[in-house]
Design a protein around this ligand. Structure first.
Ligand SMILES: C[S@@+](CC[C@H](N)C(=O)[O-])C[C@H]1O[C@@H](n2cnc3c(N)ncnc32)[C@H](O)[C@@H]1O
Length: 231
């Protein structure tokens, strides 16, 4: 069920007219991998299901698929041009283990079974820097409360941002969130304390743009406390 009161946390659904190749991928491939709520869970036999929220052009998504051939992944992205870009790169042999939720992730979470995801990635969520837009930021206590039951015990959550005030908000929400352990991440929202991207985190387009502009990025890894977790 769609909650119409939600304030969109994304900017736009479509940027410009798509090129023929993108339009073709969008029209032909998306129906093969598009996730419908009635088809959740989509991969009953999967060893693990991972979730990427706001995958943009899919650079990180594609790289994780390449490096983790037994994992199934759901990617959420309302932005058409981003979805098309991802689909162009997606190999047909991976169609079975990929599903795209071409909507707001918050409309998906309530149909996800409990303890479903082993990994969740939220990389460079829209920062909404203007004060009046802060309510549009995705990472809030309410959102985490919604995401929480879908995480397996011992599941990992990766979050990254280059926006200092948003990093502060993310740390307020996630550092000290009951049951969530900080495995790796800066001690504060001061960019002086931020370290380079950890090994094994594929780069994203937004991140590369930020670095080119001379910005630093904060990378945070959390784990849901459980039998296998490190604390
Ligand atoms: C700043 S971009 C970063 C994209 C990509 N992760 C990267 O680092 O290049 C944030 C993306 O999150 C998507 N997004 C924002 N809110 C979302 C939501 N509620 N559900 C799914 N995707 C969302 C936007 O459409 C946008 O493509």
């Amino acid at each position: 069920m769609i909650d119409v009161k939600l304030r969109p946390s994304f900017g736009r659904r479509k940027a410009r007219k798509m090129r023929a190749q993108s339009q073709q991928a969008y029209d032909k491939i998306l129906p093969l991998v598009r996730l419908a709520p009635e088809h959740v869970p989509f991969a009953a036999n999967a060893s693990e299901v991972w979730l990427e929220i706001g995958f943009g052009g899919g650079e990180h998504f594609i790289e994780q698929l390449r490096c983790n051939p037994t994992v199934s992944m759901i990617g959420c992205e309302p932005f058409m041009n981003g979805v098309a870009k991802f689909l162009i790169q997606l190999k047909p042999e991976n169609y079975d283990r990929v599903r795209v939720w071409h909507e707001d992730v918050r409309h998906l979470l309530h149909v996800i079974p409990a303890s479903y995801f082993s990994y969740v990635f939220i990389l460079f969520p829209d920062p909404w820097p203007k004060k009046r837009h802060h309510p549009r930021r995705l990472i809030t206590k309410e959102f985490m409360t919604q995401l929480w039951p879908t995480l397996k015990e011992g599941a990992f959550l990766h979050v990254a941002s280059d926006d200092q005030p948003y990093v502060e908000q993310i740390q307020d929400v996630l550092y000290g969130f009951p049951g969530l352990i900080l495995c790796e991440g800066p001690p504060s929202a001061d960019p002086q304390t931020w370290s380079p991207r950890p090994e094994g985190w594929p780069a994203t387009r937004y991140e590369q743009k930020a670095i080119k502009q001379g910005k630093k990025c904060a990378y945070m890894c959390f784990q849901k406390r459980g039998r296998g977790s490190s604390e």
